[in-house]
Design a protein around this ligand. Sequence first.
Ligand code: EPZ
Length: 420
Amino acid sequence: MDKIIIDGPCPLKGKVKVSGAKNSTLPIMAACLLSPSKFVLRNIPSVVDAHTMIKLLSALGAKTEWLSKDAISIDSTNVNKWKAPYQIVSKMRASICVLGPLMARFKKAEVSYPGGCVIGTRPIDLHLKGLTKLGAKIELKDGYVVAKAKKLNGASIYLAGVYGSTVLGTANILMASTLAKGETIIEGAACEPEVVDLGTFLIKMGAKIKGLGSPTITVTGVKKLHGAEHTIISDRIEAGTYLIGGIISRGEVEVEDINPKFLTVFIDKLIECGVEVKQTANSIKVKAKKNLKPIEITTLPYPGFPTDLQAQMTAFLTTIEGISFIHEKIYPDRFMHIAELLRMGARIMKQDSATIIQGGKLKGAPVMASDLRASAALVLAGLAAEGRTEVNRVYHIDRGYPKIDEKLASLGAKIRRVKA
Ligand code: EPZ
């Protein structure tokens, strides 16, 4: 298993381009199952999860062909299977987002019940509630969700749960309802930019959707959809990760090709902590000024502070004198990074779904990657730590960050990947 070695401290300096959004790419690829047509998707990030989704589409009968390093054609004309196998779904929980399109197209689907992962149990009760409201009969058989429907009828569905809206749950119901008979109103819908990007793609395919980006989305079912071309939006979480790299290392980093509106609360929190932030319509630049201040953060569904930047922000706050506080309200167990940061000398106390962080100095150490964002947080910590940090099991990072070592090296990081 590869590892990444970072020698710190090393202030980052320069500009970096973010890639396409992983969390937009996955549901949009799944949406290509809705119609027996040809699609071209551009700005696809070169990450393992995108390749896993391509494998899944191919297993269902789609034909895919890379047109360039980040553009792909998907032909779903001959898709003739509706069973998403355990071998693939167990590798990537997001495979669940083929459930909605398969139900819409075939009125039946069998998707391996996604297991949990290190950030939590990852239930899908809201996905199944939505599909049931649309007319699906659902049973669990041998670890598979088996869904069937005579037809799908539009319905009024409240889709949020105790932790707020569900991103992929909204994606699944949005996709399924495009071909349902009549009107579907999704209340408590996710407002994430990635859901808006999916909805924009569905509209290009001929779907009738209103309210994207708001908690109430209205879909008027159509008889059929057609092929489309689409350029995936930039990855706001990748952008936030590199911006944190710039400030944790006390450097100056500009991220290009990112719409600052996707990161409003994140930017607000950086300013509150004393970071100098400059933004244009498609770039964000940060510079750590002297005496940064500790802050409090609560993660919430969009437009709240993104849970996918919580671990990276935790690493940053361990380097700021004073007491900071993070309350993780989306995934109460999303703290795999804490134990590893403690090994680097961080002073963090965990109390249920919150952490109290006492800022200080980090020291390099060998650490273990666990989930995608926790692993990225450890790499960022290595940029600030005194000495050498070795992040093991970097395959976790490769699931969602294209060439993170190369991009950080281009900003001056003393970083290298060692093939194990
Ligand atoms: C998406 O996961 C993202 N993944 C996650 O990013 C992200 O952390 C998450 O949204 C929240 O923003 C993709 O888009 C591929 P949810 P998703 O349904 O849709 C609970 C990353 O690092 N819930 O919005 O699976 C759930 O347990 C990944 O890129 C239910 O209770 O998350 C959680 O507490 C990690 N029942 C909360 O809702 C359900 O049926 C939000 O989950 C579904 C979810």
